[in-house]
Ligand binder design. Structure first.
Ligand SMILES: Cc1cc2nc3c(=O)[nH]c(=O)nc-3n(C[C@H](O)[C@H](O)[C@H](O)COP(=O)(O)O)c2cc1C
Length: 393
């Protein structure tokens, strides 16, 4: 229903995204998109590049007088740093000095450098790095912010928090309620617990001092998701599979879990599954939410909770061993201006991916060319479900 494509290089003129499938009449608030872009740029542990950029969205198409037209929406975010890279990133042929000035020859273990060089048979790793860079996620966050707006119209709210950075983690017993998640916006590491946040900051400081990097775990959450999104009928319609792909596609994410998914292999079924309860006045509800809001590939109305494990980023100020891709001489891996820890930023990107997947699944079930039509369908759907759940023989 909803599809999007991003384009743009890290030091090119801009990142851009085309999002198609939003209904007409959806309010578009540029300040809200910019707020999400700023959240992606923030977080303790980011590097010098984020001090140069001050992301702001430009709307090129699909919006008129503050509302979507139902046509493709095109958004653009300029790279301020491009001013320093005009000749290096020029689309036009340039003299060799410009081509070679920012050349990267020694691939970084863990980055796309070597895999991309072998794919495109290039010994100028700049050709790989520019698109493989997670700067691309700026465009996803801009598109995700539009979907966040759509979800808000349906009463769905999406937030995130950080669970672990290096050895500093929220205690397993510390459940973080959705109502606490607004508070993490004031934490530099997006952590709901002040003591753990201080330990996380210490992990990042230690990594930075050692010329190293550090990873962690985030959780993105959605409250108010209508039951019935996704399907078990085909593998590619399953909501859990779609969420996993979306979150795994974030650069540096190496594992994804729904709910308590990482624990599912150890616990017995009796301790793992969420019992189904009924109370007059409250209706059907669950005693817990270890499933993370999806059963059988379908949303069950509980909060959606999806976690991602972020590896320590590959660029190290004390680099690992590598090899010059042209001469094959051993040497240290290349260094680009880099972050130390991106877990808080990755959490914001995960929110955007969650918004994109849920908006798509919402439109699939309820549809409509205009926002009014979608809302009518949502109201009718809610009414039918209420009636179904209160029915007794
Ligand atoms: C928001 C964000 C910022 C990132 N910044 C950096 C960075 O500054 N330096 C770096 O080496 N990797 C950074 N990464 C990770 C790399 O983009 C990623 O490791 C690389 O593209 C290879 O992809 P893979 O780790 O998924 O295999 C960042 C990731 C995210 C999500």
């Amino acid at each position: 229903m909803l599809r999007f494509l991003t384009a743009g290089e890290s030091h090119g003129p801009a990142l851009t995204v085309i999002l198609e499938g939003l209904p007409a009449g959806l309010p578009v608030d540029r300040a809200a998109i910019d707020a999400d872009l700023r959240r992606r740029q923030g977080g303790y542990g980011r590097g010098g590049r984020m001090r140069i950029e001050s992301d702001a969205v430009e709307v090129l198409a699909g919006v008129r007088h503050g509302r979507t037209l139902g046509s493709p929406v095109a958004l653009l975010v300029r790279n301020r740093d491009h001013d320093n890279w005009r000749d290096v990133m020029s689309p036009d042929p340039q003299p060799p000095e410009a081509r070679d000035r920012r050349a990267l020859r020694n691939p970084r273990p863990g980055h796309a450098d070597l895999a991309g060089a072998m794919k495109f048979l290039t010994d100028d790793l700049r050709n790989v790095v520019e698109r493989a860079s997670a700067r691309e996620t700026t465009a996803r966050v801009a598109a995700g912010a539009l979907c966040r707006g759509l979800l808000a119209e349906a009463g769905v709210e999406v937030r995130s928090h950080v669970v672990r950075i290096g050895r500093a983690a929220l205690p397993a017993s510390r459940a973080v309620a959705f109502t606490e998640l607004a508070g993490v916006e004031s934490s530099p590491v997006r952590c709901a617990d002040a003591e753990t946040a201080a330990a996380m900051i210490a992990e990042i400081d230690a990594a930075r001092k050692a010329g190293d990097s550090v990873g962690g775990v985030f959780e993105a959450a959605a409250r108010g998701t209508p039951p019935g999104l996704g399907s078990f009928s085909q593998w590619d319609r399953r909501l859990d599979g779609r969420l996993a792909q979306a979150v795994m596609s974030i650069p540096a994410v190496k594992a994804v879990a729904l709910g308590a998914g990482f624990e599912a292999g150890e616990a017995p079924g009796s301790a793992f599954h969420d019992e189904i309860l009924f109370e007059d006045g409250r209706g059907l509800h669950r005693g817990s939410n270890r499933a993370g809001g999806v059963e059988g590939g379908v949303s069950n109305g509980e909060e959606i909770r999806v976690r991602g494990v972020v590896k320590p980023i590959p660029t190290l100020l004390l680099p690992l061993r590598s090899v010059d891709i042209a001469t094959k001489e051993p040497g240290a891996a290349s260094i680009e201006r880099s972050d130390t820890c991106v877990v808080p930023a990755a959490a914001v990107v995960a929110e955007a991916m969650l918004c994109l997947v849920l908006a798509d699944a919402l439109l699939e079930k309820f549809g409509g060319d205009s926002l009014g039509e979608l809302k009518d369908h949502l109201d009718a759907g809610r009414g039918r479900l209420r009636e179904f759940l209160s029915r007794r023989p």
